[in-house]
Write a protein that binds this ligand. Structure first.
Ligand SMILES: C[S@@+](CC[C@H](N)C(=O)[O-])C[C@H]1O[C@@H](n2cnc3c(N)ncnc32)[C@H](O)[C@@H]1O
Length: 247
């Protein structure tokens, strides 16, 4: 293709991407306002939560919480602690569920802060954050660091899980965009026959690449909810997306 035409095509593609992103952003805001409404029973009367740009979107938390209730998930592992950990723990206690959460965080000070909040709300019996530093990892792509596998094995012992929430380690820097890849290769033998797997931030290129790899390598059928949460279920499961139009 002549150079000028090829430049024009590139400009058009980037304009279309920009417009699509704007539409997605507006849609995401609407989903989040709706989901914040649904989450009010886990927010009103509790200590205030500091939602930030690092926090999981309310829509995504809502999707996961629905899965816990509707599909009876009982053994949850999360990578990347925060608001998600606290809201899930509040749900478990409020609904009297027989469910526990282990959340793994690479940042010792952050793990302490979230554990402190869990303690203040008497949620330690349902959830705990374990602090595991990032290290070079045989499962990683691009030489990215991942949670120290020997320490993780020691902490998790022979535990099996029926829900995995992957929202860490941080992967927003281009050089770390596939940093979350090792989670599924690490967890695959620890997943129960009926379980669910979530990867947050799949609006980003790195996470999209991870999902494509996981689909090929593990034969799992991932779906996208709310344009930023990838999910798949193993075994029988009911639908749990907060807004039906995404099916
Ligand atoms: C995407 S965040 C995880 C967010 C968490 N699942 C939630 O819903 O709040 C990934 C990592 O960022 C760090 N992090 C979370 N919130 C932060 C904040 N407000 N400031 C700095 N680091 C933060 C934590 O170490 C966390 O493991």
């Amino acid at each position: 293709m002549p150079r000028k035409e090829s430049n024009d095509v590139e400009k058009l593609i980037s304009l279309l991407e920009y417009m699509a992103n704007g539409i997605n952003q507006n849609e995401r805001r609407t989903e989040d306002v709706y989901s914040l409404g649904l989450l009010q029973p886990l927010m009103q009367g509790y200590p205030y939560l500091g939602f930030t740009g690092f926090s999981m979107r309310p829509y995504c938390i809502n999707h996961i919480i629905n899965d816990i209730i509707i599909n009876g998930r009982q053994c949850i592992i999360e990578f990347g602690a925060g608001i998600s950990t606290i809201l899930i723990s509040r749900l478990i206690k409020k609904n009297g569920l027989n469910t526990t959460v282990i959340s793994v965080d690479h940042e010792d000070a952050w793990a302490k802060l979230i554990n402190e909040q869990l303690k203040n709300e008497q949620l330690c019996e349902v959830a705990t954050v374990i602090s595991i530093p990032l290290r070079p990892c045989d499962l990683a792509l691009d030489g990215s660091l991942w949670y120290a596998v020997d320490l993780l094995n020691l902490a998790l012992k022979d535990r099996q899980f029926d829900m995995a929430i992957i929202d860490g380690p941080p992967a927003w820097e281009p050089s770390k965009e596939r940093a979350r890849y090792p989670a599924l290769p690490y967890l695959i033998d620890r997943l129960q026959s009926r379980s669910s797997v979530y990867l947050d931030d799949v609006n980003r290129k790195g996470e999209q690449d991870i999902i494509e790899r996981w689909k090929k390598e593990f034969g799992l059928a991932f779906n996208i909810a709310g344009s930023s949460l990838a999910w798949c279920t193993l075994g029988q499961a009911f639908h749990t997306a907060p807004i039906r139009s995404h099916y």
